[in-house]
Write a protein that binds this ligand. Structure first.
Ligand code: NAD
Length: 475
């Protein structure tokens, strides 16, 4: 049984929960502790008690600790990647890639610990000195989703610690394994007692306690729009700083002048890799009429050649859906799309040697942007094609969504590429690249219904994890 980590101790939870492999439901990875409200409050109290010491801690010590954590994560990437693929269902290669990315992100923030710059500014009053400094927020609650079980925890925990905050980390219920392994490494690398706390358990219990406790000063959340809206209201009512990264309905525009091979490669990658379970997944292909039929034909052919199977099996390109409830959601949207008059290719339940949640990639054609399948996040291997006549219509349709996380265009025209970069209403814009796939040293985040608050990743995360103070001194 894997325990919670609170105030420097590994402790049992109030109950436990089994971590089940979606590629093979007979494979139980382990039992994981589940905290109740009282245990979550203990973790928050431990973080609060550790904060005065940690905020004064030497930045070289913080940098060395994070460097060691990042290096160890990378050193163990083969084993942790396998664990990740086993609990979440992305392929082994994707799992290992995510672990390495998590390690690189943590190492980046080791450096950022040394770069918490302030500013000295001339005053408009003679004989007065002004300093602007950044100070840590205090206790930061970290709430993460299941689809990036180690990368998202890493890109929140590392800057929180680097900038002098104490952490209460609540991973997603479905994927505690990677979160637990990352926590074990943080503990092994010498994080002081109380500075980092792992509290596994239900969102409605552990998450809710983090949101409502007056001793949590800031909450960083990644997950669905519904939960994110609740986090926003709850934090706003208590005047807590918060940051939300939520869903997407990301468009991929394919212009007549696109290279067809590139368009198909980036579209397959964006829509179906990681079983389409990425907030940055492409879900709307907005295709100009001259290339439409060739694109649909080439996509259908390429999709049928994709190997769907056990995440750990050699040759698997698309793993299973994460669990029964996500599979039910995907299937219900396939019904909704059919009911709306769209034509479906793929989207079939598949049997494999082991019992798991296998679904073949699905593509709807003959759709329009008002359909529910084009407005609501499905979060599975399901995408639609919307036919448009020209670039202006493509841009309008791309921006006509409540979301604004990522967008992409495939074109050989500099004019369309530059215009799209300027006028797309999303926070990330890609040219001749998939909507998914980002670097760790630059800001990440969306606009409109996809995100709220300061950007994550890169140096920009200092905005969320610190507060500025302006100090005036009479000389
Ligand atoms: P979710 O909203 O169901 O859960 C996210 C986290 O919130 C989990 O840890 C959950 O336990 C917790 N939670 C649930 N109820 C809570 C409550 N009342 N109070 C506090 N916490 C609570 O999301 P999910 O299903 O785990 O993840 C999928 C979603 O995440 C998708 O919508 C996806 O687009 C989004 N996502 C967004 C990004 C991004 O950066 N924009 C990245 C990955 C995933």
């Amino acid at each position: 049984m894997k325990q919670n980590y609170i105030g420097g101790q590994w402790v049992d939870g109030a109950t436990t929960r089994a971590n089940i492999n979606p590629s093979d439901v007979s494979d139980i990875i382990s039992e994981y502790a589940h905290a109740d409200e009282a245990q979550t409050l203990e973790a928050i109290a431990a973080a609060k008690a550790a904060f005065p010491g940690w905020r004064q801690s030497n930045v070289q010590m913080r940098a060395d600790m994070l460097e060691a954590v990042g290096a160890k994560v990378i050193e163990r990437s083969a084993e942790l990647g396998e664990l990740l693929a086993r609990e979440e269902g992305k392929t082994l290669a994707e799992g290992i890639g995510e672990v390495i990315r998590a390690g690189q992100t943590i190492k980046f923030y080791a450096g950022e610990a040394l770069r918490i710059h302030g500013m000295r500014v001339p005053s408009i009053r003679p004989g007065v000195d002004i300093e602007i400094v950044r100070e840590p927020m205090g206790v930061v609650g970290i709430i993460t989703p299941w689809n990036f079980p180690i990368a998202i925890p890493a890109w929140k925990i590392a800057p929180a610690l680097a900038f002098g905050n104490c952490v209460v980390f609540k991973p997603a219920d479905l994927v505690p394994g990677s979160a637990w392994a990352l926590s074990e490494i943080i503990v092994e690398c010498g994080v002081p007692d109380g500075v980092f706390n792992l509290v596994m358990g239900r969102g409605s219990v552990v998450g809710e306690t983090i949101l409502t406790s007056p001793d949590v000063n800031a909450v960083t959340f990644t997950g669905s729009v519904d939960t994110g809206s609740h986090v926003a209201v709850s934090c706003a009512q208590r005047n807590k700083k918060f940051q939300l990264e939520m869903g997407g309905k990301n468009p991929m525009v394919v212009m007549d002048d696109a290279d067809l091979g590139t368009a198909v490669n980036v579209s397959l990658n964006g829509a179906y890799f990681s079983t389409g379970q990425k907030c940055t997944a492409s879900s709307r292909f907005i295709v100009q009429e001259g290339i439409h039929d060739r694109f649909v034909g080439a996509m259908s052919e390429a999709m049928s050649a994709l190997t769907v199977g056990h995440a750990l099996k050699d040759g698997t390109q698309i793993g299973p859906v994460v669990d029964q409830s996500q599979l039910d959601q995907d299937l219900s949207y396939l019904e909704i799309g059919r009911g709306e008059g769209a034509k479906l290719t793929g989207g079939e339940l598949l049997n494999r040697e082991t019992e798991g949640f296998y679904l073949s990639p699905a593509l709807f054609t003959e759709t329009d942007n008002s359909m529910r399948i084009n407005r609501e996040e499905i979060f599975g291997p399901v995408a639609s094609v919307i036919r448009v006549k020209d670039y202006d219509e493509a841009l309008d349709v791309a921006n006509d969504t409540d979301f604004g996380l990522s967008s992409a265009i495939c074109t050989s025209s500099l004019k369309y590429a530059s215009d799209f970069k300027q006028n797309s209403s999303s926070g990330l814009v890609m040219v001749n690249l998939p909507t998914a796939g980002v670097d760790y040293h630059v800001p990440f985040g969306g606009r409109k219904g996809s995100s709220h608050g300061a950007r994550e990743m890169g140096p920009h995360s200092v905005e969320f994890y610190t507060a500025t103070k302006t100090a005036y001194t009479a000389a």
